[in-house]
Design a protein around this ligand. Structure first.
Ligand code: ADP
Ligand code: MG
Length: 255
């Protein structure tokens, strides 16, 4: 069950690329243990939204608060970012998994998991090794720990990417279409790993085209189009009784 601690608060977010607005005043809130599914047509701004959250893109206006701490604060209509130290602290609490798995190709599975804890968090190997091994067991990859990514299926690679993110002990996980690059039969294992995370109360934002996942694993669903949030609802209401015409026509094409 979600509790009432607000983990992510985005207020009135604006973002343009070359003067073309892509996010047009987005506001959303994610509570602890909530799984927020974000769906919408290609080009609607879903990836940009996640990329703004983890500072891969900077916002033009609005504010972003993570666990009560400002990453960017609205100041006279412009976004003013926190100092680098605060940013680093905030970003350390979030990990993102991308459509393309982005594993280090020259490292084994286990080395991929250990890399950031050892070299970004400066943890000791004997501290992090048991954590990494446990995550590999949980994601069904323990027997692949010494394999290189190129020897794994796409689904296995994506599960390594998730395990690698979890090895940083994040409080928030962001997923940007994690199964879109996978053949249908390989998406199941990745979705199961994400469902398990949800059951373990991880706070997550998941951009996805997997309507089944959104319907039964999400706490809330947001439908985006043209840089706006068109509709937000509980999954059951969202899928059985969408309110907006754009949502209805999108769902009709998806299902
Ligand atoms: P989605 O993830 O919903 O498909 P995106 O957030 O990737 O949408 O893109 C939203 C819009 O912003 C698209 O029109 C896209 O072309 C544009 N866009 C995204 N990133 C950039 C960028 N770095 N430079 C210019 N335009 C971009
Ligand atoms: Mg995208």
């Amino acid at each position: 069950m979600e509790n009432s601690t607000i983990m992510i608060q985005m207020s009135d977010i604006y973002k343009s690329f070359n003067n073309i607005p892509v996010l047009k005043g987005i506001s959303l809130e994610v509570k602890k243990s909530e799984v927020l599914a974000v769906i919408g047509p290609s080009g609607s701004g879903k990836s940009t939204l996640l990329r703004c959250l983890n500072t891969l893109e900077t916002i033009d206006g609005g504010s972003i608060k993570i666990k009560g701490e400002y990453l960017a604060k609205n100041s006279d209509g412009k976004a003013e970012y926190a100092d680098k130290k605060t940013q680093k602290h905030i970003l350390g609490q979030m990990c993102m998994v991308f459509q393309q798995f982005n594993l280090f190709p020259h490292m084994t599975v286990l080395e991929n998991l250990l890399e950031a804890p050892l070299h970004v968090k400066n943890m000791k190997k004997n501290e992090i090794l048991p954590v990494a091994e446990e995550l590999l067991r949980k994601t069904g990859l323990f027997d692949k720990r010494d394999a290189y990514p190129s020897r794994l299926s796409g689904g296995q690679q994506q599960r390594v990417a998730i395990a690698r993110a979890l090895c940083m002990s994040p409080d928030i996980m962001l997923f940007d279409e994690p199964t879109s690059a996978l053949d249908p039969e390989l998406t199941v294992g990745v979705l199961n790993t994400m469902r398990q995370l949800a059951e373990e109360q991880m706070t997550m934002i998941v951009v996805t085209h997997e309507m089944g996942f959104a319907r039964d694993a999400a706490s809330n669903v947001i439908f985006m189009a043209d840089g706006n949030i068109i509709e937000k609802a509980k999954p059951h209401d969202f899928f059985s009784n969408p309110q907006e015409e754009r949502t209805k026509s999108f769902l009709k094409n998806m299902l």
